[in-house]
Write a protein that binds this ligand. Structure first.
Ligand code: LMR
Length: 337
């Protein structure tokens, strides 16, 4: 064979090979790992599964969503770094967990008695204040895709906590939020920051006396089995921001990004529709278990809690920013006094 023939055959072979690899690559679905720390049977867990179902339906063969619940892939304190390194593509950390990232404004959601109900909360998460908060994530290389609801927190301990004074001296596990630390200190309690995956054991072994969480988290982690009392204080809100890595998101083919956006819109509707029901149901299950005594508060008792905890708003102005707090007040009509 002449040299030109050999070169021609070689070039053809290389081209064929590239074509085969190219089409093989094109057929490989994009893997989207979604890691979270709660049980699959919670509003967030079910929302993540719904997102997987819809994303794979809207983008057949183009994406594969892998959901890792219960801290099986990353724990609190690990997941944000994993997102920035590209080891995971989707997270839904609670809004109380953005402080360590340097976006303290998210702690506005942790302020006690900031929201009376879901309708007030949605004015923020679905309005300009929620958008402005997402904008603050961009400089950290993060895109905020959606707010997902969980619910209003109850306090648990081995001692009945009916009045704010009852919490005095109790070691209470909190998420990594300075606002939650200030809230516990306002009660005379001793806050202990701890990853969610460690809470059950810490309660069981007495490393901490009690904690706060919406009923669905308490129940699905079996915390009620190691806590003698649960008070329905509804003193604060716990919910999520679904986030992704900006570089990953911007680098997606446009049709894939659009499909994932559509799946996120629909999964968000679903997650936010079930959150209240899931929490009401979990509280009923805690009651029915008989393992933990569920303490209801009278309106007068609730007013006493509010009086003890609302001053935290003013104390935390320096941390969160007066403007951010005011922007939430404007949406909800909250009056501090
Ligand atoms: C917690 O750490 O208590 C919660 O943020 C867990 C969760 O993600 O709901």
């Amino acid at each position: 064979m002449k040299f030109s023939h050999v070169a021609g055959a070689l070039a053809a072979a290389i081209a064929a090979c590239m074509l085969a690899t190219g089409s093989a690559l094109a057929q490989q679905p994009i893997v989207v790992k979604f890691s979270h720390v709660v049980a699959a049977d919670t509003p967030k867990g079910k929302g993540a599964e719904k997102f997987k179902e819809l994303a794979e339906k809207y983008l057949p063969g183009k994406v594969k969503v892998e959901v890792y619940p219960n801290s099986t892939l990353y724990k609190d304190g690990e997941e944000m770094e994993a997102l920035s390194l590209g080891s995971v593509q989707l997270l839904a950390p609670s809004l109380a967990k953005f402080g360590p990232l340097g976006v303290r404004e998210f702690e506005v959601f942790d302020l006690p008695y900031m929201f009376d109900d879901y309708a007030e909360l949605h004015k923020v998460t679905e309005g300009p204040a929620g958008k402005a908060l997402f904008k603050k994530l961009e400089s950290k290389g993060i895109v905020g895709l959606a707010y997902w609801d969980n619910g209003f927190k109850i306090m648990s301990s081995n001692k009945p906590i009916k009045t704010p004074a009852d919490a005095k001296g109790q070691k209470m596990r909190i998420q990594s939020s300075q606002v939650l630390s200030a809230q516990m200190k306002a009660l005379g309690a001793l806050p202990q920051t701890m990853a969610f995956s460690e809470v059950y054991q810490a309660l069981q072994t007495g490393v901490v006396d009690g904690t706060e969480n919406p009923p669905s988290n308490l129940y699905t982690q079996k915390m009620h089995e190691v806590q003698k009392h649960v008070s329905v204080t509804n003193h604060g809100y716990l919910g999520y921001a679904v986030i992704t890595n900006k570089k990953f998101w911007d680098g997606l083919p446009a049709d894939v990004r659009a499909g994932l956006e559509r799946a996120m819109v629909d999964a968000t509707k679903y997650a936010n529709q079930i959150a209240k029901e899931e929490n009401d149901g979990a509280l009923e299950k805690v009651k029915a278990s008989g393992k933990s005594q569920v303490i209801a508060l009278t309106p007068a008792e609730r007013a006493a809690w509010k009086k003890a905890l609302v001053p935290v708003h003013k104390d935390m102005e320096g941390r969160i920013g007066k403007d951010t707090i005011q922007s939430v007040y404007t949406e909800t009509g909250f009056k501090p006094d």
